[in-house]
Design a protein around this ligand. Sequence first.
Ligand SMILES: [Cu+2]
Length: 484
Amino acid sequence: MSALHPDRCLSFVIGAALAGCGDRPSSAPQEPPAAAQALREFEGSYPVDAKPNGVVRTFDVTAAPAEIPFPGGRTLQVWAYNGQVPGPALRVRLGETLRVNFTNRLPQETTIHWHGVRVPNAMDGVPHATQPPVQPGGTFVYEFTPKDAGTFWFHPHVRSSEQVERGLYGVLIVEDPDSPAYTKDVVWVIDDWLLDENGQIRPQFNTRHDLAHDGRWGNVITVNGRTDEVLRVRPGERVRLRLLNSSNGRVVLPDFAGLDAQLVASDGMYLHEPRNAAGHELAPGNRADLDISFTQSVSGPIGIFDRFYPQRPNHLADVVVEGEPVETPTFPSPARAHVPVWASALDVPEEHTFKLNARSGGPFGIEWTIDDRAFEGHAAEHRAGLTLAQGRFYRLRFVNESARLHPIHLHGMFFRLLARNGTRVDEPFFRDTVLIRGRESIDIGVVPSDAGSWMMHCHILEHAEAGMMTMIDVTHGAPAPHGH
Ligand SMILES: [Cu+2]
């Protein structure tokens, strides 16, 4: 099996599951009919292999302490990629190879994780598991060809509750081969900062308070590093607005009421068809691409608010529609991807139930656990929490036994939310991060397409730092016995 080209390998496994091909590994369990159906529906969702076109885009990225101007005329001491927060927005076209010459000028070791990008495992940026951490003064070359066009981001995977909070994150945009003719393509990076009485980043990380709650929630919310971000458009413009929540803990629910805002992509992946963006929340790590047509002129700025806690709305940014009207481009929505329906996927027996909880102990006094284990030490010494085979359908269940929020993020694979608290939900799109509320259980469907040892963790970075991480091993062909 492993000698096969990965592309053929996946179709082989899918084909075997469908046709009951006799060449299947004899240790493979019999595919239940609902799983075979789910695989049939999955086919054509996204490519297994990258298709490099030979063009290499090279970027130099350096992580280092920096000073940036901050709202209120202040100067903020941060850690930044290339001296700016958000870091540089890296743009490549699908098929192009991204090469990042990375230099670490921080006083700590670090790595870069390419959130949501299906990279070769060695490029995933998980310290000790996929690469040694980059030491202060050290360098590393990240090189890969993205397989999916969309909105992704990058950030450290070492002490991330501190390093991301200090300002280390940037957006990676993978353009379609033929980009839709939007009049503007805009990125809003939403972050929140916990500043102290001196107006600087509060230097206590992973506090008991943060750990006992939903991580570190700040007292200043910025969009693109500003508290007064304005999107200026003319009547008739059609804008692609790419949203990223790079906060450590804060969940945002941006309210675009009054605007024709259509959700066209979730976590970088196009929907099957556009749907109204109302109610689409962004947990830490989530992205959403909106298709907004400003068909009518509006007098005055339109305030965009976060209404995750409806009684405590937060101003995010403003939209101003003014000037000479332009003709609205009439191209079809890019949201026309193949997304499996998976209506019967809940009938597939669950492969594993992950239990999420907390207990006293560990270096911070509270540790967060997956299946009663707190991740500690080196990922290299990990015992995989789960082993899955490439190209099979799995239903996984998560039971949150705690009262806190846990946006669970899977590296190396996309999944579809199937149910909350046992009730099927209509969420016709893929994700790489899903918010699980207190005491809630969820079911997801996933077909791992990329072999490797992939991290799974809570994207409330304080929870992750205090143990809420594990690894999922994705093998070629049949899974190894559980836990190696
Ligand atoms: Cu969590």
